[in-house]
Design a protein around this ligand. Structure first.
Ligand code: DQA
Length: 147
C-alpha cells in the first residue's frame, strides 16, 4: 500500500482558531482525520505530522526517504523563507506536493514567492481544507505516472 506523509509546518496547529476568515474553521485534527480517511478509501496509508520548528521539518523530510512514497507539505510561512526545506526535498528526492489552504498569490506580495515550488511536483493552493484531499489525489496520480 502506498504511504504518504502529510507534513504541516508552523502555526498550522492553530487551524480552526487562527484567522478563520483566511484559513477556515476546520481544526488540524479534523483535517488530519479527513485526509487519513480519504487515503484509506483510496488504498493509501496516510501519516500526519506537524511541527513549528524548521529543523524538525527538515528531519521529517529526511526520515520520509525510504519510509514514504511521497509528501504533501504545507510549510506555512517557511514556504517563503526556507532554503533548508527546499534543499531537504531536493536532497532526498521524495516526490512532494506543495499545499496551501489560502491562495498565496492573492495575498501579500511576501507570500507570492515559494522556496518550495521549484523542487515540488506541483502546488495546490486556495481550496481551504479540501486542498489536502486534492493534494492526495495529485500525489497518487503522480506516483502512478512515475511508477
Ligand atoms: C499557508 C500560507 C502561508 O503564507 C502562511 O504563512 C501559512 C499558511 C496556507 O496554508 O495558506 O502559515 O501555508
Amino acid at each position: 500500500m502506498p504511504s504518504i506523509l502529510v507534513l504541516n509546518g508552523p502555526n498550522l496547529n492553530l487551524l480552526g482558531l487562527r484567522e478563520p476568515d483566511i484559513y477556515g474553521a476546520t481544526t488540524l485534527a479534523e483535517v488530519e482525520a479527513d485526509v487519513i480517511a480519504y487515503g484509506a478509501g483510496k488504498g493509501v496509508n496516510v501519516t500526519c505530522q506537524q511541527s513549528n520548528q524548521e529543523g524538525a521539518l527538515v528531519d521529517a523530510i529526511h526520515a520520509a526517504r525510504g519510509t514514504h512514497d511521497g509528501i504533501i507539505l504545507n510549510a506555512g510561512a517557511y514556504t517563503h523563507t526556507s532554503i533548508a526545506l527546499r534543499d531537504a526535498i531536493a536532497g532526498t528526492q521524495v516526490p512532494t506536493v506543495e499545499l496551501h489552504l489560502s491562495n498565496i498569490h492573492a495575498r501579500e506580495s511576501f507570500r507570492h514567492h515559494s522556496m518550495i515550488a521549484p523542487v515540488a511536483v506541483g502546488m495546490i493552493c486556495g481550496f481551504g481544507a479540501a486542498g489536502y484531499s486534492l493534494a492526495l489525489d495529485a500525489i497518487i496520480g503522480h506516483l502512478g505516472e512515475t511508477g
